[in-house]
Design a protein around this ligand. Sequence first.
Ligand code: NAD
Length: 469
Amino acid sequence: RRGSPGHPVQATPSGRMDPFEDTLRRLREAFNSGHTRPAEFRAAQLQGLGRFLQENKQLLRDVLAQDLHKPAFEADISELILCQNEVDYALKNLQAWMKDEPRSTNLVSPLDSVFIRKEPFGLVFIIAPWNYPLNLTLVPLVGALAAGNCVVLKPSEISQGTEKVLAEVLPQYLDQSCFAVVLGGPQETGQLLEHELDYIFFTGSPRVGKIVMTAATKHLTPVTLELGGKNPCYVDDNCDPQTVANRVAWFRYFNTGQTCVAPDYVLCSPEMQERLLPALQSTITRFYGDDPQSSPNLGRIINQKQFQRLRTLLGCGRVAIGGQSNESDRYIAPTVLVDVQETEPVMQEEIFGPILPIVNVQSVDEAIEFINRREKPLDLYAFSNSSQVVNQMLKRTSSGSFGGNEGFTYISLPSVPFGGVGHSGMGRYHGKFTFDTFSHHRTCLLAPSGLEKLKEIRYPPYTDWNQQL
Ligand code: NAD
């Protein structure tokens, strides 16, 4: 499991084994040959990606079920269809995105032609996590290929079924002189990061994001960091509890809570909590039945390490709903915790599982103050019948994205950027934003070689200017 399939391990000049040197050299040569630049080549890669998704639909559903017990509906809407839409959108808009963008000039360059050219960076490295193992590898890949780059793709070693398909099947649909999948975990990723790369696109935890950014400084490589955090969800007193319960529970328990943009905790008054709890119980029963463990609509925790971490979090506060777990099945029931202290682990770390703590606040002002005391989240949700309250929350806080009376449905829209702010990341992608992320925006000014008389005014001696002062 070292390096790309079919590429032998090599020793670096320092004597250490480097499995990636060959692969990277091959990709760099392909990029330098100009092979990836024509629109036709880029379109062919995107079409290949589309065919990969179409022709392997059931296989992909199967491996997502194997890795995460993902229900087919969740796999389709959050992975397969979402990726396909991004491919289709990029194919439809590729020519327009690639076009030079003319820009206005001023008196300094009245007859010059000024434009922005979108150039590929070169060799880009995409590092993905395990929770949406297809979406979070392929959606960045769409933009990287559309922008004309060569790509090294590293799926998560933890979602093993999907990793295997990405390594063994996906390359058959792409030009392998310009694209490689590498396998491995922290050690291999670290080795790859020692090399000079032209762009690094990382999705994962803030902890590893810092490691990636530190490694990138060595070669001054630009990075996008798509990270995680704790996404607050404020619920105002005037809400209909059943509507809020349906929406919050769906977005919290989707993918068994292993979603970076899921509402991580609820902030509401004690009165709203009393009304919300029976509504949440009724929603959970409707979604997953009396015995959620036997429900086909609920996935499982990815591995034992994550399961044990989540089981510990069940000990925080008091269990109001759920709380059951089963180690051999890596099952955690959809759970709601109350009486939770801000200092407890469940309020200190990103939960990333089907556990929803409720923290009491007395007012929207107190909720805003609570949110602003913490790291800027990836997402923030506010539920209220009053648009004033929603707008107040929007105006007085900061987060990667914001949902008013709704969860993370915006994620399926290629028309809007997705990305964090502060501790939840830097950079943005989806739709044209991915293409732009993987393109250097090169300002070009082309002047006529003649007409020197017009330009002479700027040269020293600056006699006229000095006289005006
Ligand atoms: P992770 O940071 O542990 O791993 C992400 C990737 O980094 C994997 O490919 C892994 O092999 C690699 N990696 C791990 N340790 C490394 C190290 N020491 N050096 C170099 N590479 C290393 O994250 P994860 O557990 O796979 O995913 C969960 C995290 O990702 C959560 O924090 C979640 O919020 C975040 N996430 C963010 C987004 C987003 O779009 N912002 C999406 C999904 C997940």
